[in-house]
Design a protein around this ligand. Structure first.
Ligand code: ADP
Length: 416
């Protein structure tokens, strides 16, 4: 099959033991191919590649992210795309933590690499994996510019009152302790889509965006800029998540160390991987949790109530911080697909002008849509997120600014 790959961007999103990739056209959003390598470094690692309406899954040893990048490249080659000769505009990398210095998309050079490494202690599971992905892609495609896009970027200028922890300033300064926020690419993309959907100027909107996936975060956005977000120094703070606790009393960490003798690494593992919905009811997928709730499972019901309680808590707090609220938007796996979560999170808020229409909420769609009633003062929307496309656009834009001839039509059409 002939593939029009000129100007496409190959996006990599490396997790601690996974690597997602997508070859996408930044102008149209067309996905030419995508894939995911899972359980990297484990005995049963696998990779799935999807292209031309075909899905291939292979179980094979993938000792590290480099092996996964190399296997992905071979999948492309076997399916008629020689990545080195495909006319790619860029390789875009999602990098979880940019620290204080990296908050704009950056061409990856040795300084950017060393800075990503320097802030790795703030994201020990992710930044090292991101770096390996970057190095592997650069070795494979030395002539294609690598662009890093940071998950923390959108929140870099959070107001100090929202970004500062009330601890001794000496420690905060010395160890770069502050609230950074994460899922920034998604919050920025979705809030922009909201303005488009409503046909309103982003600068005029006061919005709350609820990114509810396995990881979950809320943000309050005024005039296109975030004024608060629920994740903090790490992606552990805030909402109850699939396997992460979200907000807890920090005293709990000390207590567990003292009474249970758990080491800090063990507590880290507990709060990140065995807490949240999984810790409360043994399940972290909302499809299973919903079934368990329907079947009368007490633990699942309690877990669900805790999840909704925390969501409401943030919606309320952000409404007051914003001072005015135009729109609440649900996005990511749970936000886009669970009508139950959306209904319960906003139940009983009619007095605040928030009314969900049951029928609109229940209808399934992959498009952006309004689920609030006509009488609702606040619009309630469901807007699919697309972090890969957002990364591809930012990478292509940076490359077009640097090398205007690299992207076909870049000078005529700088829309993206
Ligand atoms: P990640 O944070 O891994 O990117 P996603 O945004 O893809 O996560 O969300 C994954 C989660 O979305 C799943 O764990 C599941 O809880 C939830 N989810 C996906 N599809 C549905 C559905 N149809 N109904 C309810 N929840 C869903």
């Amino acid at each position: 099959m002939n593939h029009d790959t000129a100007g496409a961007v190959l996006v990599f999103n490396a997790g601690s033991s996974s690597l997602k990739y997508q070859l996408v056209k930044p102008d149209t959003g067309e996905v030419i191919a995508d894939g995911i390598a899972e359980r990297i470094g484990d005995h049963d690692s696998s990779i799935t590649h999807e292209q031309d309406n075909e899905t291939i899954t292979e179980t094979l040893p993938l000792p590290d992210h480099k092996a996964a990048v190399e296997r992905a490249e071979k999948f492309f080659a076997d399916n008629g795309i020689d990545l080195a000769r495909a006319g790619l505009a860029a390789v875009g990398h999602r990098v979880v933590h940019g620290g204080r210095a990296l908050y704009e998309p950056k061409l990856v050079d040795s300084w950017v690499r060393s800075e990503i490494e320097r802030v790795s202690p703030l994201a020990p599971l992710h930044n090292p994996a991101n770096l390996v992905g970057i190095e592997a892609a650069q070795a494979l495609l030395p002539d294609v510019p690598s662009v890093a896009v940071f998950d923390t970027a959108f929140f870099h200028d959070l107001p100090a009152a929202a970004a500062t922890y009330a601890i001794d300033r000496r420690f905060a300064t010395e160890h770069a302790i502050r609230r950074y926020g994460f899922h920034g690419t998604s919050h920025e993309y979705v809030s922009g889509q909201v303005a488009e959907f409503l046909g309103r100027d982003l600068a005029d909107l006061h919005q709350i965006v609820l990114h509810l996936g396995n990881g979950a975060s809320a943000s309050a956005i005024a005039g296109g800029r975030p004024i608060d977000t629920s994740m903090g120094m790490t992606p552990l703070e805030g909402l109850v998540m699939g396997t992460r606790s979200g907000d807890v009393d920090p005293g709990l960490v000390l207590h567990l160390n003292r009474v249970e003798g758990l080491s800090f690494d063990e507590i880290d593992d507990l709060l990140n991987h065995n807490s949240g919905m999984r810790g409360l009811c043994g399940e972290n997928d909302f499809r299973s949790i919903s079934t368990l709730v329907d079947e009368g499972d007490e633990n699942a019901r309690r877990a669900y109530e805790v999840y909704i309680h925390r969501l409401k808590h943030y919606i309320g707090a952000y409404t007051f911080e914003l001072g005015k609220l135009d729109v609440i938007t649900f996005t990511a796996g749970v936000g886009e697909h669970s009508a139950r979560v959306r209904a319960d999170a906003l139940a009983g808020l009619e007095n605040f002008g928030i009314v969900v229409d049951a029928e609109r909420n229940a209808s399934e769609s992959t498009a952006a849509r309004r689920i609030s009633a006509d009488a609702s003062v606040v619009d309630v929307l469901v807007v699919p997120t697309n972090e890969e496309l957002a990364i591809a656009r930012q990478a292509a834009e940076l490359v077009a600014a640097r090398w205007p001839t690299k992207i076909p039509g870049a000078q005529q059409n700088r829309e993206y």
